[in-house]
Design a binder for this molecule. Structure first.
Ligand code: CA
Length: 357
């Protein structure tokens, strides 16, 4: 470790320096407050600081250090002959991590350093580990997808609980972002699953029990919702003939939003996503095409709620539920959904075939 010693008494400073260097540490030293505060910008891993110092005192050094970007989280230990409670409280309020009372032994110093390092290190390492785990989650398969968003939430909460008294603002923010990300993914996933099971039930219900008319402006609503979520409104083209189909409007909006959302997810910004709608006899056909990687014939033939496509492996946040929701929605209105290769063998076309009112 690189340790900064701020101590005006030469004998103590040199004793400390020898002791720390013998134990494998690198030492930088200062004999007064202003120099000490300046050397804190050199990025020490830990600071040992006397309270009674020329220039400014230890408290002022600590305040200055905590204002440096490099010094916000560095363990800071006071060396002091004055170890009464009010001194300690003042130091702790300013963000000191520990006190060592003079005269001290080598053991006192090494133990205090070890305690600080252990407190500091596991949290930082565990936060990093959580972030790494969180990144690897996105390539996990669907069965993990059902469970993993909560791991980030629970792991983050556990760290905050165990380190509640000492956690640094930067780490807290990082953990809160992790928790929010996991909670939002779980929320999205839960919403999709609820919708999927609701649609499966709707398919089984007698037709008269369902709301049966949906104006084709619903296509625009669903497509726009997905384009706005993907921040790709410029890439979206919608050309739909007016019409009314036999389907609950909320279901069609969700179905279109899922398919258009997938089309954006699998293509890159700048690539168009085209939605068309037209009558064909007593049917109304809606087609959504993208220029993404598409799906193989086998993948297209085998799609279902929990089938993992090659396509879904490339998806940032897995689970092939979107297409299954779209298919169930179409079927709930007595229609169907099919998949086809895009024009020129590129991308995917998703086709809704719905009975008109
Ligand atoms: Ca002194």
């Amino acid at each position: 470790m690189k340790i900064l010693i701020i101590e005006d008494e030469l004998a103590i400073r040199e004793t400390l320096q020898d002791m720390l260097e013998l134990n494998g540490h690198t030492v930088i030293a200062a004999a007064d407050g202003p120099t000490g505060a300046a050397r804190a910008a050199e990025g020490p891993d830990l600071i040992l600081c006397d309270i009674g110092l020329p220039g400014f005192d230890g408290y002022q050094v600590l305040t200055a250090v905590r204002q440096l970007p490099e010094g916000r989280e560095v363990p800071f230990i006071f060396l002091t002959a004055r170890a009464d409670r009010s001194d300690q409280r003042r130091g702790m309020a300013l963000g000191a991590d520990d006190y060592i009372t003079k005269p001290f032994t080598q053991r006192d110093i090494l133990d205090a350093i070890a305690a600080r390092v252990q407190r500091q290190k596991p949290l930082r390492e565990r936060v990093e580990q959580l972030l790494v785990e969180r990144r690897s989650e996105v390539s996990a398969n669907w069965s993990h997808e059902l469970m993993t968003p909560l791991n980030g939430v629970l792991g983050g909460l556990e760290l905050i609980e165990s380190e509640a008294d000492t956690i640094q603002p930067g780490e807290l923010k990082q953990l809160l972002a992790l928790i929010r990300g996991g909670a939002e993914r779980q929320h999205t996933l839960s919403r999709k699953l609820v919708l999927y099971f609701e649609l499966e039930q709707a398919k089984a219900a007698p037709p008269l029990a369902r709301p049966l008319r949906c104006d084709m402006t619903a296509i625009m609503t669903g497509a726009n919702r997905a384009a706005e979520a993907a921040k790709r409104t410029a890439d979206l083209t919608v050309r739909c003939d007016p019409g009314v189909v036999l389907l609950a409007e909320a279901y069609l909006v969700s179905a279109i939003a899922e398919v258009v959302g997938n089309a954006f997810r699998f293509s890159t910004p700048g690539q168009p996503v085209v939605v068309t709608g037209a009558h064909r006899g007593a049917r109304y056909m809606i087609e959504i095409s993208d220029q993404g990687p598409g799906m193989t014939a086998e993948e297209r033939a085998g799609f279902g709620a929990f089938v993992q496509f090659g396509r879904v492996h490339r998806e940032q946040q897995g689970l092939g539920l979107g297409l299954a929701i779209a298919r169930s929605a179409a079927e709930s209105g007595g229609g169907g959904l099919s998949l086809a290769e895009g024009a020129g063998g590129r991308g995917l076309r998703v086709i809704f075939d719905l009975p008109t009112a």
